[in-house]
Design a protein. Structure first.
Length: 245
Protein backbone atom coordinates (compact mmCIF):
# COMPACT_ATOMS: atom_id res chain seq x y z
CA UNK A 1 0.00 0.00 0.00
CA UNK A 2 1.47 3.34 -1.03
CA UNK A 3 0.51 6.04 1.46
CA UNK A 4 0.53 8.83 -1.11
CA UNK A 5 -1.70 11.04 1.05
CA UNK A 6 1.31 12.14 3.06
CA UNK A 7 4.29 11.27 0.86
CA UNK A 8 5.82 9.07 3.52
CA UNK A 9 8.19 6.43 2.11
CA UNK A 10 6.83 2.90 2.15
CA UNK A 11 6.53 0.45 3.73
CA UNK A 12 4.85 1.89 6.81
CA UNK A 13 5.22 0.13 10.17
CA UNK A 14 1.62 -1.08 9.97
CA UNK A 15 1.59 -2.43 6.41
CA UNK A 16 2.29 -6.05 7.32
CA UNK A 17 -0.63 -6.06 9.80
CA UNK A 18 -3.28 -4.85 7.35
CA UNK A 19 -5.55 -7.14 5.38
CA UNK A 20 -6.09 -6.54 1.69
CA UNK A 21 -9.58 -5.26 2.50
CA UNK A 22 -8.12 -2.82 5.05
CA UNK A 23 -5.85 -1.39 2.37
CA UNK A 24 -8.70 -0.95 -0.07
CA UNK A 25 -10.93 0.73 2.52
CA UNK A 26 -8.10 3.07 3.55
CA UNK A 27 -7.62 4.24 0.00
CA UNK A 28 -11.26 4.35 -1.04
CA UNK A 29 -12.48 6.23 2.04
CA UNK A 30 -9.61 8.72 2.05
CA UNK A 31 -8.26 8.10 5.53
CA UNK A 32 -4.85 9.41 6.55
CA UNK A 33 -5.21 12.91 5.11
CA UNK A 34 -2.66 15.37 6.45
CA UNK A 35 -3.89 17.74 9.16
CA UNK A 36 -0.73 19.83 8.97
CA UNK A 37 1.27 21.87 11.44
CA UNK A 38 0.13 24.90 13.35
CA UNK A 39 2.15 27.94 14.38
CA UNK A 40 2.56 27.50 18.13
CA UNK A 41 3.73 23.98 18.98
CA UNK A 42 4.64 22.29 22.23
CA UNK A 43 6.69 19.12 22.65
CA UNK A 44 5.21 16.57 25.04
CA UNK A 45 7.32 13.64 26.30
CA UNK A 46 4.95 10.96 27.54
CA UNK A 47 6.08 8.38 30.13
CA UNK A 48 9.68 7.94 28.96
CA UNK A 49 10.62 6.55 32.37
CA UNK A 50 12.97 3.79 33.44
CA UNK A 51 10.11 1.43 34.23
CA UNK A 52 9.12 1.58 30.55
CA UNK A 53 12.59 1.79 28.99
CA UNK A 54 14.70 -0.25 31.39
CA UNK A 55 18.03 0.97 32.71
CA UNK A 56 19.86 -0.03 29.51
CA UNK A 57 18.78 -1.39 26.12
CA UNK A 58 17.98 -5.08 26.45
CA UNK A 59 15.64 -7.75 25.17
CA UNK A 60 12.13 -7.22 26.44
CA UNK A 61 11.82 -10.70 27.97
CA UNK A 62 14.89 -9.96 30.07
CA UNK A 63 13.74 -6.45 30.87
CA UNK A 64 10.35 -7.45 32.24
CA UNK A 65 12.06 -9.52 34.93
CA UNK A 66 12.84 -6.19 36.63
CA UNK A 67 10.22 -3.87 35.14
CA UNK A 68 6.92 -5.50 34.22
CA UNK A 69 6.06 -2.50 32.03
CA UNK A 70 9.32 -2.77 30.05
CA UNK A 71 9.00 -2.04 26.32
CA UNK A 72 12.22 -3.56 25.01
CA UNK A 73 15.14 -2.19 23.02
CA UNK A 74 12.71 -0.16 20.90
CA UNK A 75 12.35 2.23 23.83
CA UNK A 76 15.99 3.31 23.68
CA UNK A 77 15.87 3.58 19.90
CA UNK A 78 12.98 6.00 20.37
CA UNK A 79 14.93 7.95 23.00
CA UNK A 80 17.72 8.46 20.45
CA UNK A 81 15.15 10.05 18.11
CA UNK A 82 13.61 12.18 20.85
CA UNK A 83 16.94 13.74 21.85
CA UNK A 84 17.36 15.92 18.71
CA UNK A 85 13.71 16.99 18.85
CA UNK A 86 14.23 18.04 22.45
CA UNK A 87 17.41 19.94 21.60
CA UNK A 88 15.71 21.88 18.81
CA UNK A 89 12.69 22.63 21.00
CA UNK A 90 15.01 24.08 23.64
CA UNK A 91 16.92 26.12 21.06
CA UNK A 92 13.65 27.52 19.69
CA UNK A 93 12.20 28.16 23.17
CA UNK A 94 9.27 25.87 22.44
CA UNK A 95 7.29 24.78 25.54
CA UNK A 96 8.23 21.29 26.71
CA UNK A 97 5.95 19.10 28.79
CA UNK A 98 6.67 15.84 30.60
CA UNK A 99 4.43 13.34 32.31
CA UNK A 100 5.23 12.09 35.76
CA UNK A 101 3.39 8.85 36.29
CA UNK A 102 3.93 7.36 39.73
CA UNK A 103 1.74 5.86 42.43
CA UNK A 104 1.50 6.06 46.20
CA UNK A 105 2.67 3.06 48.20
CA UNK A 106 -0.78 1.55 48.79
CA UNK A 107 -1.71 1.98 45.08
CA UNK A 108 -5.04 3.51 46.07
CA UNK A 109 -4.56 6.21 43.43
CA UNK A 110 -4.47 3.52 40.74
CA UNK A 111 -8.15 2.75 41.21
CA UNK A 112 -9.46 -0.11 39.06
CA UNK A 113 -6.07 -0.38 37.38
CA UNK A 114 -4.87 -2.42 40.34
CA UNK A 115 -7.14 -5.29 39.33
CA UNK A 116 -6.60 -4.94 35.58
CA UNK A 117 -2.98 -3.96 34.96
CA UNK A 118 -1.01 -4.32 38.19
CA UNK A 119 0.34 -7.69 39.20
CA UNK A 120 0.66 -8.05 42.93
CA UNK A 121 2.79 -5.45 44.67
CA UNK A 122 4.06 -3.01 42.05
CA UNK A 123 7.31 -1.62 43.43
CA UNK A 124 8.31 -0.23 40.03
CA UNK A 125 5.37 2.18 39.71
CA UNK A 126 5.90 4.10 42.95
CA UNK A 127 6.32 7.87 42.76
CA UNK A 128 9.67 9.47 43.57
CA UNK A 129 11.69 6.36 42.79
CA UNK A 130 14.28 5.66 40.11
CA UNK A 131 11.78 3.54 38.20
CA UNK A 132 9.37 6.43 37.64
CA UNK A 133 11.98 9.03 36.72
CA UNK A 134 12.37 10.29 33.14
CA UNK A 135 15.49 8.74 31.62
CA UNK A 136 18.56 10.89 32.12
CA UNK A 137 19.05 11.51 28.39
CA UNK A 138 15.78 13.47 28.37
CA UNK A 139 15.85 14.87 31.89
CA UNK A 140 13.56 17.90 32.35
CA UNK A 141 14.89 21.33 33.26
CA UNK A 142 13.35 23.49 36.01
CA UNK A 143 11.53 25.61 33.41
CA UNK A 144 9.85 22.61 31.76
CA UNK A 145 6.32 21.69 32.79
CA UNK A 146 5.64 18.38 34.50
CA UNK A 147 2.16 16.92 34.37
CA UNK A 148 1.36 14.42 37.12
CA UNK A 149 -1.18 11.85 35.95
CA UNK A 150 -2.68 8.57 37.14
CA UNK A 151 -4.78 7.76 34.07
CA UNK A 152 -3.87 7.15 30.40
CA UNK A 153 -4.84 10.55 29.00
CA UNK A 154 -2.66 13.43 30.12
CA UNK A 155 -5.76 15.62 30.01
CA UNK A 156 -7.74 13.58 32.55
CA UNK A 157 -7.75 15.09 36.02
CA UNK A 158 -4.73 17.37 35.37
CA UNK A 159 -4.05 21.05 34.68
CA UNK A 160 -2.57 20.27 31.26
CA UNK A 161 -5.31 22.08 29.34
CA UNK A 162 -4.88 25.17 31.49
CA UNK A 163 -1.20 25.38 30.56
CA UNK A 164 -1.96 24.90 26.86
CA UNK A 165 -4.53 27.69 26.96
CA UNK A 166 -2.18 30.04 28.78
CA UNK A 167 0.63 29.39 26.28
CA UNK A 168 -1.76 29.65 23.31
CA UNK A 169 -0.60 26.28 21.92
CA UNK A 170 -2.23 25.02 18.72
CA UNK A 171 -0.03 22.00 17.92
CA UNK A 172 1.06 19.11 20.14
CA UNK A 173 4.07 17.01 19.18
CA UNK A 174 3.67 13.78 21.12
CA UNK A 175 6.52 11.34 21.70
CA UNK A 176 7.02 8.43 24.07
CA UNK A 177 4.85 5.54 25.17
CA UNK A 178 2.93 3.48 25.12
CA UNK A 179 1.61 3.96 21.63
CA UNK A 180 -1.49 1.91 22.41
CA UNK A 181 -2.01 3.40 25.87
CA UNK A 182 -1.14 6.83 27.24
CA UNK A 183 0.10 8.29 23.97
CA UNK A 184 -3.01 7.12 22.16
CA UNK A 185 -5.40 8.34 24.86
CA UNK A 186 -3.71 11.74 24.96
CA UNK A 187 -3.81 12.02 21.18
CA UNK A 188 -7.54 11.34 21.01
CA UNK A 189 -8.26 13.90 23.74
CA UNK A 190 -5.99 16.48 22.09
CA UNK A 191 -7.83 15.96 18.80
CA UNK A 192 -11.14 16.28 20.65
CA UNK A 193 -9.98 19.66 21.99
CA UNK A 194 -9.11 20.73 18.42
CA UNK A 195 -5.35 20.67 18.69
CA UNK A 196 -3.29 19.63 15.71
CA UNK A 197 -1.42 16.49 16.74
CA UNK A 198 1.93 15.42 15.29
CA UNK A 199 3.45 12.04 16.13
CA UNK A 200 7.07 11.49 15.05
CA UNK A 201 6.86 7.78 14.31
CA UNK A 202 10.39 6.75 15.32
CA UNK A 203 10.04 8.60 18.63
CA UNK A 204 7.25 6.34 19.92
CA UNK A 205 7.22 2.80 21.29
CA UNK A 206 5.12 0.05 22.82
CA UNK A 207 5.76 -3.34 24.37
CA UNK A 208 3.56 -5.11 21.79
CA UNK A 209 4.70 -4.84 18.19
CA UNK A 210 1.21 -5.37 16.80
CA UNK A 211 -0.36 -2.81 19.15
CA UNK A 212 2.33 -0.29 18.25
CA UNK A 213 1.81 -0.70 14.52
CA UNK A 214 -1.97 -0.71 14.52
CA UNK A 215 -2.29 2.13 17.03
CA UNK A 216 -0.11 4.32 14.81
CA UNK A 217 -2.18 3.27 11.81
CA UNK A 218 -5.45 4.17 13.52
CA UNK A 219 -4.12 7.45 14.91
CA UNK A 220 -2.78 8.42 11.49
CA UNK A 221 -6.10 7.53 9.88
CA UNK A 222 -8.22 9.76 12.08
CA UNK A 223 -6.55 11.79 14.79
CA UNK A 224 -2.95 12.78 14.05
CA UNK A 225 -0.21 13.07 11.45
CA UNK A 226 2.19 10.17 12.00
CA UNK A 227 5.28 11.33 10.14
CA UNK A 228 9.08 10.92 10.18
CA UNK A 229 11.14 12.57 12.89
CA UNK A 230 13.16 14.38 10.25
CA UNK A 231 10.08 16.16 8.96
CA UNK A 232 9.20 17.29 12.48
CA UNK A 233 12.74 18.55 12.99
CA UNK A 234 12.53 20.51 9.73
CA UNK A 235 9.26 22.08 10.87
CA UNK A 236 10.71 23.13 14.22
CA UNK A 237 13.83 24.58 12.59
CA UNK A 238 11.81 26.82 10.30
CA UNK A 239 9.97 28.43 13.20
CA UNK A 240 11.03 31.99 14.05
CA UNK A 241 14.14 32.37 16.18
CA UNK A 242 13.34 33.11 19.83
CA UNK A 243 13.51 36.77 20.74
CA UNK A 244 16.64 37.79 22.58
CA UNK A 245 16.09 39.27 26.02
Amino acid sequence: MSDTSNQYPTPRVWDSFLTERDKLVYQAAGYGKRGGFGKRPALFIVDVQYNFCGDTPEDILEGIKKYRTHCGEEAWKAVAHIVPLLEIARERNIPIFYTESGRRADLLDSGVQVNKNHRGTEKTVLANTHATQTVQELAPRPEDIRIVKQKPSCFFGTIFMSHLNFLDIDTLILVGCSTSGCLRATTVDAYSYNFKVIIPEEATFDRFQSSHAMSLFDLNCKYADVIPCQEVQDYLLQLPEPEQE
